[in-house]
Design a protein around this ligand. Structure first.
Ligand code: PLP
Length: 296
């Protein structure tokens, strides 16, 4: 409990202006700088999840993810720093990569699970942890009401007069939190969400499960570049140019697709030149490791 309080003390990640030839009021919220391993939105999501676990007297976090999951690394690091145990069901056959190496260094126990069994997460949990009162279930990517609450707090750390706020989306939990924060504060800000999955119109429904009123939400479903963790030469080029041009790394799975979308919308004169725009850098830079051959 003491550890958790120390780790999740209030923070204000920096808000930096981004130089742009057309957009003169463009900002980047550097949640990637919160921590290299409990990165960006994963820190935001875990904050109240860990608090809930502590309140319920649970000391073993059990969660789920693919072999390149930022959420697994974040959970492993958060558990280690909070004096908790951690286990992850990892989708697919046994592999070792940079992310899973970090998980293991942080003491996380990995259970490689075939894709069929992995689908029923509750069943995986019950098969291994039935009767284990110390075990605490955390859904894939940390998707939960607690995660929404943690992400909603980002809004108070941003200018209240934003016209547009951008974020990348996997499950849409982060987007739901931002939308909640915008609603709670009564802001006029439009939330622009860039799903990284193909055909992700379902995200609106998923967001609505947490936040019923979605009038401020704009989905841009055309920037998936082929789907989750898929890429194309134009995106890889964009990552190199952005990183070298701004001195800010972006990851190929999430944030690169979001920044590409902003650039593309600006080129289409989607924004008015005086509008105030912010992009949430949700971190996840270890994702670069999953695409190192392509990025070279
Ligand atoms: C996990 C992750 C996301 C997706 O967050 P959701 O809440 O699932 O939509 C976005 N960006 C980065 C860098 C991530 O690691």
């Amino acid at each position: 409990m003491i550890y958790i309080c120390l780790m999740f003390t209030a923070l204000n990640s920096p808000l930096q202006q981004l130089n742009h030839p057309v957009l003169t009021d463009l900002w980047i919220k550097r949640d990637d700088l919160i921590d290299p391993y409990i990165s960006g939105n994963k820190w935001r999501k875990l904050k109240y999840i860990l608090q809930d676990a502590a309140e319920k007297g649970k000391n073993h976090l059990v969660t789920f993810g693919g072999a390149y999951s930022n959420h697994l690394v974040a959970t492993a690091a958060a558990a280690a720093r909070s004096g908790l145990q951690a286990t992850a069901f990892v989708r697919g056959e046994k592999v070792l990569n940079e992310m899973l190496l970090l998980c293991q260094l942080y003491g996380m126990n990995l259970i490689f699970t075939d894709r069929e069994s992995y689908r029923d997460k509750q069943r995986c949990f019950e098969q291994h942890f039935a009767g284990d009162i110390s075990a605490y279930f955390i859904n894939e990517g940390g998707a939960s009401a607690e995660a929404v609450k943690g992400c909603a707090e980002i809004i108070a750390e941003l200018p209240q007069d934003l016209d547009h706020l951008f974020c990348a989306a996997g499950t849409g939990t982060t987007a739901a939190g931002l939308l909640q924060g915008i609603r709670d504060a009564g802001l006029k800000t439009k939330l622009h969400v860039i799903p990284v999955l193909k055909g992700a119109d379902f995200i609106r429904d998923d967001i609505q499960k947490y936040v019923p009123e979605t009038a401020s939400l704009i989905l841009h479903t055309g920037y998936h570049f082929g789907g989750y963790a898929k890429t194309q030469p134009a995106l890889l080029r964009f990552i190199r140019d952005f990183s070298a041009g701004h001195g800010i790394l972006i990851d190929p799975v999430y944030t690169a697709k979001m920044f590409f979308a902003i650039e593309d919308l600006a080129a289409q004169h989607y924004f008015q030149s005086h509008e105030k725009i912010a992009a949430l850098h949700t971190g996840g830079l270890l994702g670069i490791m999953g695409m190192k051959e392509k990025l070279l």
